[in-house]
Write a protein that binds this ligand. Structure first.
Ligand code: SAM
Ligand code: SF4
Length: 336
């Protein structure tokens, strides 16, 4: 087909969408305090896209010029048959514009899956790690065990993943005393680390305005212990990067509040139930599941809907910590 694999996803502001983040489950074995409530009601299974539907959808995107796909959740590795999905998506690198297949995980299942993921074509893994102290880790994740995540990190390294990145959400009074220790751990392990500002997504049980810790505060703290050099590494996303002198590690900052990144936005998200979200901080969306289920196997119709959606991609987001949970979706549904 003539148009296949050519970049066709360009919005009204001239931004080209080359990156899709796909949430494959809203469920999780952890209940991180910034992400979920202690009691969560998850979606009925029939509302979730099947893994066949996810594969079909990702193929459509990758035939429209998408080069990078990140599988996320909830916890993607608690989805049954997730290894089948990786195998299918890995194959798209041969037939479409897909270049990078990545995953974000809490790490708890990596001992089981890391080796297979490498064989199936997963390129990069991001692993969330907010504390190196077992009790504090438990308090932040409510149900998580630090030891399973540390073992998962080792499993990913042994499987041969090179670009492993840690993600840490820093919260005042909870883990802001570990900013330096987390970076030191990354340096010692030869990993990169990104610090993420807490975002007001979904109702949680603490006051986000009180726990909010800006990237500038984290950076200032890090500068007391490391020599950081600004890096020009750019993912086209909301991150700023620094290299740590004398190491291979990069330190990144994902700062949706303090540093606006919308003008270079190259990404869209697909929720667990197949809703295409054009912006993390806005509600503009298209129900792709309705198209997939209404017109099974009609990939051209699906692609047209995706191309048309570019007309409603908003110019930018407007997070506001003072209005608690302005966006009612939890990050676990949206896909972080
Ligand atoms: N379960 C996986 C994990 O934890 O890495 C993948 C999904 S999780 C929603 C993706 C990322 O979003 C994690 O790094 C997590 O720390 C981050 N996250 C979740 N809720 C957030 C929030 N309200 N603000 C900022 N980051 C958040
Ligand atoms: Fe689960 Fe990830 Fe959300 Fe934590 S951040 S509750 S691990 S989905």
């Amino acid at each position: 087909m003539m148009s296949e694999n050519k970049p066709q996803l360009i919005d009204r502001y001239g931004r080209q969408v080359t990156y899709v983040r796909m949430s494959i489950t809203d469920r999780c074995d952890f209940r991180c305090v910034y992400c979920m409530d202690e009691e969560m009601t998850f979606m009925p299974r029939e509302q979730l896209l099947t893994l066949e539907e996810v594969t079909f959808l990702i193929r459509a995107f990758c035939e429209l010029g998408v080069e990078k796909v990140r599988i996320t959740g909830g916890e993607p590795l608690v989805r049954r048959n997730v290894d089948w999905l990786f195998e299918q998506l890995g194959k798209l690198k041969q037939s479409t514009s897909l270049k990078e297949l990545n995953i974000t995980t809490n790490g708890s299942q990596l001992v089981k899956y890391a080796k297979g993921m490498k064989a199936e074509g997963v390129d990069r893994i991001n692993i969330s790690l907010d504390s190196l102290k077992p009790e504090k880790f438990k308090a932040l994740t409510r149900t998580g065990e630090l030891s399973s995540v540390l073992a998962g990190i080792q499993a990913a390294k042994q499987a041969g993943f090179e670009k492993i990145k840690l993600n840490a959400v820093i919260m005042k009074g909870r883990n802001d005393d570990e900013i330096i220790d987390l970076a030191q751990f990354a340096v010692d392990q030869g990993l990169d680390i990104s610090y993420i500002e807490e975002m007001p997504l979904g109702q949680v049980s603490h006051d986000r305005e009180e726990s909010y810790c800006s990237s500038d505060e984290v950076l200032a703290e890090l500068k007391t212990a490391f020599t950081l050099e600004e890096s020009d590494a750019n993912t086209g996303g909301p991150s700023r990067y620094y290299t740590v002198a004398g190491s291979q590690s990069k330190i990144g900052f994902i700062s949706p509040h303090s540093h606006n990144f919308c003008e270079s936005c190259n990404r869209v998200r697909v929720t667990t139930e197949g809703r295409l979200l054009l912006c993390l901080g806005q509600e503009h969306s298209v129900d792709l599941r309705a198209i997939i289920r209404g017109y099974p196997n009609d990939i051209e119709r699906l692609k047209t809907a995706i191309i048309d959606s570019m007309q409603i991609k908003p110019k930018g987001h407007d997070f506001n910590l003072k209005e608690q949970a302005v966006i009612f979706r939890h990050m676990s549904v949206t896909g972080g």
